[in-house]
Design a protein around this ligand. Sequence first.
Ligand code: RAT
Ligand code: ZN
Length: 460
Amino acid sequence: TPSTSSSEMLGWVKSEVANADIIDLHTHLLPSTHGMLHLRGIDELLTYHYLIAEYFLTAPVAVTPEVLYKKTKQKQAEIVWQALFVDRSPMSEATRGVCTVLQRLGLGEALRRKDLVEIRKFYQKYRANPEIFEEMIFAEAGVRYAIMTNIPFDSNEVSHWRPKTKPYSGRYRSALRVDPLLAGDTKTLEKALSLNGYKNTLEGAKQYLRDWVDTMKPEYMMASTPKEFRIGDGKVGGGVNEDDMNVVGGFAEATKSGAFGEGCCEGDGGEVLPTIIDEDSDLLSEVLIKVCEEKGLPIALKIGCVRGVNPRLKSAGDGVVAFADTECLTRLCARFPNVKFLATFLSLNNQHEAIVITSKFPNLHLYGCWWFVNNPSMIKDITTMRVEMLGCNFTFQHSDCRVLDQLLYKWAHSRGVLCKVLVEEVKKMVETGCRYTVRDLRRDVKMLTGGAYEEFMGNV
Ligand code: RAT
Ligand code: ZN
């Protein structure tokens, strides 16, 4: 057992956390074989939506969102660089992140001189071989693999999967994103079904999902829930008052699935008709859950985001934090005990409840500090609270990276916070007289950085 003097403990924890081989369980990264959808390099870093939002705190009146977005990506990057890195101090988490990336790439001197030209030159070297850059970033960041967000409703992305899936690096794994099904967005669903020759019925929607599961081979299905997401005892949907929904839901279940068999209803002449999708359709329980049960796939939920708060900012205008009704998650976990759920919440105010719910349901796994809580002060508090109530049975962080290079900063910063939390927690535990070896620490760090996820998924 190593000694517990603070400095020794810190060194010991630092080295284990630094060497952990991370599983990044939610990102928006796409492989270099996805062409233009694979984002990397300084211009993408500088135009990350967090930075665009921050830029507008400083922008002159004349630079409206419309004016900025009309410019080339390169020009936008230059404007953000000047405003947030030259004219002001890069003190926010998102700006500090760019600085960490540059340091880690050996561009510390160019950063000191604020020399964007020099920085761009560095990236030029990798223009012709993105795979080399890609591999270097994963290795440098200490990330074993990253889970992508693959959207079968996005025609740009779809072309990389069909007619023939492009083979991609084993550094990536798939997650199939199904937001329209949780948002009751029947328009998007109907469009996808009809364009691809599927019937606009519950069975057609299920087949569409099954076929995409076979193509993408996802680790899990995922969605971020809309603000109005509610689950009554019998019906699931967005934008409907829960009391109404229980009534409507009961009716819908009895007619659509209970009484007349799955996905069918009775026509006037008594014949069995397929159930057409309409705004009353219970897409979550009748389509998504059914396919997840069939295919043995978990559902990952991101809860508490409000989209399009300032639509003029496009993606930078998404995401005011909504205090969410955690009851939704409780009901889902209780109603579908054979389905595994992963969850993360956007609001700091939901974190405590989320931990308690997780401690009640073995089919629920808590992961990461998402977006507006992905800041060191909050990661520290949330992770401490989680360890205190769940031990190491959760995934302490996911990166949500959109630009490959961000793996370098998001994980460096999060590892730093994990060290601080673990030093405290290990110290408290060792003070009880418990024997704790380096091997124990290694196991605990592994659990928090992907091991608990793999155990939950049954991948080990
Ligand atoms: O964190 C983000 O980058 C957000 O824009 C969202 O994409 C969020 O992570 C999500 O997956 O919905
Ligand atoms: Zn995301």
